[in-house]
Design a protein around this ligand. Structure first.
Ligand SMILES: Nc1ncnc2c1ncn2[C@@H]1O[C@H](COP(=O)(O)OP(=O)(O)OP(=O)(O)O)[C@@H](O)[C@H]1O
Ligand code: NI
Length: 316
């Protein structure tokens, strides 16, 4: 049986369907409006898979993670559905599963509890022998000295704190791990080691979402890549397609991202990602797109093209 058929047969651990996130905003006190920062976002992650999310700053990567984990701020309104192993999750379900079934490696190291020693927060309040053993192993692997256990968060460097967050997610035993930028502040060797840890979790049957600016590393470690632009997915396809190059990709923005990599010529993408308050009609990439036509002003759905999914009417 082909690998693809096996993938299709396995039920997704995470399925996010038509996710939209808006914020209630107040303009100068009187004027109120809704700022839609994520729209029509769909993504699935199956057991054994790493799906990497690539996209520039402000494209909605962290909010996607927070929506799945039930961590959106009070003034956010979410529509769409988050399924975990086939079951729709309510806000209460998310809170109950977070930390046990689903774990987040947060983008900000300020998520560490400032009043708790590292050992206590990584192992949980009632650690058994097995957890203590696993903790020692993962610390060693991530080059965290044994004494790190006794330290408080303020005593850690940024890179150490990030490795502690990775260790916490690994030890949680969660089936779904969303790592939001786990590698900044780590040197290349450490970053590769951390990514290898995620690869092994996936190989053991877990589902991993890896949010990263380091798309070159992601192309090598992930199974599939999802490209976010201005709060939605523009292309989701096999990592192999991203490694092969521009021709195998489907969306003009994915192609442009590929060309912006140093090894592919460092070609910058002209223009800017639009701000949520001033989104163009229809295709959100159209103001920067060389293929733009009048039809791009219509609502553009995700369609299957050459085994991947793309939100572009000109893709073939
Ligand atoms: N609490 C909030 N209120 C209003 N807008 C917000 C809020 N949080 C995030 N946003 C907006 O939502 C958009 C997406 O933010 P998000 O943090 O998900 O981006 P990101 O892709 O994770 O970026 P980065 O790569 O910089 O981490 C941004 O335009 C941001 O300004
Ligand atoms: Ni982010």
């Amino acid at each position: 049986m082909s690998k693809r058929r096996i993938r299709k047969m396995k039920e997704a651990i995470l399925l996010v369907k038509d996710l939209s996130v808006s914020f209630h905003m107040y303009d100068g006190g009187l004027e109120q409006y809704d700022l839609k920062v994520i729209s029509n976002l769909t993504l699935d992650v199956r057991p054994g898979e790493i799906v990497a999310i690539a996209g520039s700053s402000g494209s909605g990567k962290s909010l996607f993670a927070h929506a799945v984990m039930g961590l959106l701020p009070e003034n956010a309104v979410m529509t769409g559905k988050v399924f975990y192993k086939g079951k729709v999750l309510s806000q209460k379900d998310k809170e109950a599963l977070r930390g046990t079934e689903m774990a987040l490696v947060p983008q900000s190291v300020s998520y560490l509890d400032p009043l708790m020693t590292i050992g206590a927060q990584v192992r949980g309040t009632k650690p058994n022998r097995q957890i203590i053993k696993a903790q020692k192993e993962i610390f060693k692997r991530l080059h965290l000295k044994e004494e790190t256990e006794k330290l408080y968060p303020f005593q850690l460097s940024g890179g150490m704190a990030r490795r502690v967050l990775v260790a916490t997610a690994v030890l949680s035993g969660a089936q779904l791990i969303i790592a939001d930028e786990p590698t900044p502040g780590l040197d290349l060797e450490m970053a590769l080691e951390a990514l290898q840890v995620f690869r092994e979790l996936a190989d053991a049957g877990k589902a991993v979402v890896l949010i990263t600016h380091d798309i070159d590393l992601a192309f090598h470690i992930a199974d599939r890549i999802s490209v976010f632009y201005a709060g939605t997915t523009v292309e989701t396809a096999k990592a192999a397609d991203f490694l092969k190059g521009k021709e195998t990709l489907r969306h003009p923005y994915s192609k442009a991202l590929w060309e912006a990599l140093p090894q592919n010529g460092f070609k910058p993408i002209p223009g800017f990602q639009p701000y949520a308050k001033y989104l163009p009609k229809g295709c959100l990439f159209s103001p920067r797109c060389p293929l733009k036509t009048k039809e791009c002003e219509n609502e553009i759905p995700m369609t299957e093209v050459r085994g991947g999914y793309v939100r572009c009417i000109h893709a073939d």
